[in-house]
Design a protein around this ligand. Sequence first.
Ligand code: GDP
Ligand code: MG
Length: 434
Amino acid sequence: LGESLRNTIRKISKAGYVDESLIKEVVRDIQRALLRADVEVHLALKLSKNVERRALEEKPPSGMSHRDFLIKIIYEELVAILGKEKEVALKPQKLMLVGLYGQGKTTTAGKLARYFHKKGLSVALIACDVHRPAAYEQLKQIGEQLNVPVFGIPGEKDARKIAREAVKKMKDYQVQIFDTSGRHALEDDLIEEIKDLKEIIQPDEIFLVLDATIGQQAGKQAKAFHDAVGVTGVIITKMDGSAKGGGALSAVAATGAPVVFIGTGEHLEDLEHFNPTRFISRLLGMGDLETLLETAKELELKEEEAEKVMERMMSGKFNLKDMYEIWEQMAKPGLLQKILYSLPFFKMGDIDKGMVEESEEKLRKYRIIMDSMTYEELENPEIIKSSRIKRIARGSGRSEQEVRSLLKEYNRMKKTMKQMRGNRKLMRALRKQL
Ligand code: GDP
Ligand code: MG
C-alpha cells in the first residue's frame, strides 16, 4: 500500500495538474495507509475528508503548483493532529509518567533522567510503582547506571505515601521524575491513584507513555488518562520495532497533547526528539515524500521562525542555542537567509555559498558537540574555558580544536548581534522586511 500511494503521488507529479478524480484517488490511498498504520477509523476518515474538501475548495498560493499544494494540505492536516514539535524545557521541573503495564514507563523514566542529567541539571528518580513486584529495584538499578539518586520505600503499598515523602525529601533536585504504577487494563483504582498522585506531586508535566504497537486502543486509553489527570505530552516507545506508531496519532488527537519524545530501543540512550515530518513519512510509508513534506513544512514555519529568531537576536540575549537555530535557518534557503545575506556585516567571506553547502555537515557536528555541553554552558557560553573544552571534546568525541572553533563562531556572531543592536536604522529596516 505504501507502494500504491507512491504510485499515486508519482501520478500527481506526472499529471502536472490535479483534477477531482485524482484528488479522490489520493484521498482514498491516504485513508488506506492510515488504517494500515493503526490510526483509528474515525480519525482516518475525518482526516482524509478534510484533505479532500480543502484540495477541492482551496486555491494554491501564487507560485505553488497544484501538486505541491496537495501535498502541503496532506501534511498540514496530519500535523494539525500531531501538533508542532514541542521540546521539553531544560529547566527545573517535576515530571510524572503515566501509562498501563509494560508500555515503557520505568525505562523512559531512566531515559529522561539521563537526558536531563547530561544537560547538567540535578535529577532524582522517584519510584511510585507499588503494584509491580521489584519495581523499586528496577528503577534503583537504572539510577545506579546513571549515577542518579532513586527515592523509594521498598515494601510500601501506598503510592501516595511515597510521593508525599519524596516531595519533601527530594525537593532540592532540579528535575524530579516520578514513575508510577500501571495495570493490565484501565481500572478505577489506577485512575484514583494517579489523580491523587497528581494532587500530591503537583507536576509541571504529565507524560503518557505508549507502546508504538498499541494500535486501535490508543485513543481510548489516552482519553481515559487525559480525562483523569490532563496529559501534557505523549512519549511513544518501541519505535525501533516494526510498528508505525499510528496509535500515537489517535492518542494525540484524544489528548491534544503533542508527542515529546520517542523511545527507539531498550538502552537508556535510546531516546529521540520527536520529528513530525519523519513520523508522518514513516506512517504513510512514503519515504520518498520526505523532501516534499519538508518543503511544505518550511513554507509554513519560515516566517514564524524567522521572526522568532530575529526577535531574540535583537533582544541582546544571545546564547549558543540561539546560534544553533540561526545556523539551522541558514542551512535552508529562505527568508532569514536572505535577510542575513543582505546585512552589511555578513560579508560574502563570512557566509559564502560553500558555507551553506557545508552547513548541514557543520550543523551535525555542532549538534554533537552541543549535546555534550551542560544547560549552564549552553545558556552562558562565556564560562567555557579550557578544562570545560577538554571535557566537552571528550564527551562528544570531537577534537578540542573543533569545540574551540564552535566557540569562536559564537563569539563572532555575538559581536555582530551587538553591532546590530546599536544600529537603530538597520533594526527598523529589518523589522519592516519581516
Ligand atoms: P512499564 O511497565 O511501563 O514501566 O514498562 P518498562 O519500562 O518496564 O518496559 C517494558 C519493556 O519494554 C521492557 O522490557 C523494556 O526494556 C522495553 N522497552 C521500553 N522502551 C523500549 C523501547 O523504546 N524500545 C524497545 N525495543 N524496548 C523498550
Ligand atoms: Mg514500570
